[in-house]
Design a binder for this molecule. Sequence first.
Ligand code: MD3
Ligand code: FE
Length: 199
Amino acid sequence: AAQKIRGFLHYPGWLSAPEQRALRDDLRNVVAAAPLFSPMTPYGKEMSVRMTSAGRFGWVSDRRGYRYSETHPNGSPWPAIPPSILAIWRAVSESARDPECCLINFYSEGAKMGLHQDRDEADFGHPVVSISLGDDGLFRIGNKTRGGKTESLWLRSGDVMVMGGDARLLYHGIDRIAPGTSTLLPKGGRINITLRVVT
Ligand code: MD3
Ligand code: FE
């Protein structure tokens, strides 16, 4: 059953264990074609989360800033979004358009993502869909401006979230992961997939 929290929808356990394993195997092919990299923030600090993308656009960050790019930092175009992932977007997004970016975030033990807004996209009318795999991650959600009260919840392997409408511009981040809480990834860690319309 869906749970509504600050305007976004959380579907705990949306994916069955076999579906999670199939997704993991699809992601192995994406990462083989587009290796994970550690984005550099514009301030010159390396992010603790490693990333790669699939789809027409991928999210990159370097000294020039954050942006969507049609190529991996190694110069190659991104691989296609796996059909298994597109199917999740079509089932939950209520969007007429397919996603143009499938961002894959990999958290090893100790990795985190500070509170931020997702505002590099051209039209905030399109939702963001998130899929969690592997170890549990402590997600924190705040407000449309910095500061104020926040709420935290654990995201578990197989959970799907849809951030649309009023929730689309809320500050959010991942405080930490809980190592050893899932056996999906043989070396442990957490994967988050986010799907977005970018243009
Ligand atoms: C709430 N990723 O890639 S996903 C990101 O788990 C990002 O890796 C986190 O934040 C992760 O930008 C959180 C859940 C999420 C994604 C987008 C949102 C929550 C959101 C946009 C608006 C509000
Ligand atoms: Fe985000």
